[in-house]
Design a protein around this ligand. Sequence first.
Ligand SMILES: [Zn+2]
Length: 113
Amino acid sequence: MARLRKELTSQAPLTPALTSWAEALGDAIGRGMLRALNTGMPVMGSVAPSPGNGAVMAGRRRGRPPKTVAGGPVPMDRRCTVSGCTREQRSKGLCSAHYQAERRRQIATGKPA
Ligand SMILES: [Zn+2]
């Protein structure tokens, strides 16, 4: 009896209906996975999206957040050395924006600091 079952399954011809059904199933699974990926499966360890911190999720900065996120002006001794800039120093006494600008200028002029 067992023998008969094995033979039947391995040689059973795949009917067109079965083939199209299998294809439709594969299609549905593929589409489902794609939709799941598109809607954004929660990344492990990330903050669960909630109405309050949509902005955090959407505009999440890369790298270490500046220390002054907690609010309040940057103390004078840690301010960017560019006059009028109130951002916090990041590198070489400059805030990240001015530092990047400075680097671009150096690359453009080819002059090291
Ligand atoms: Zn600056």
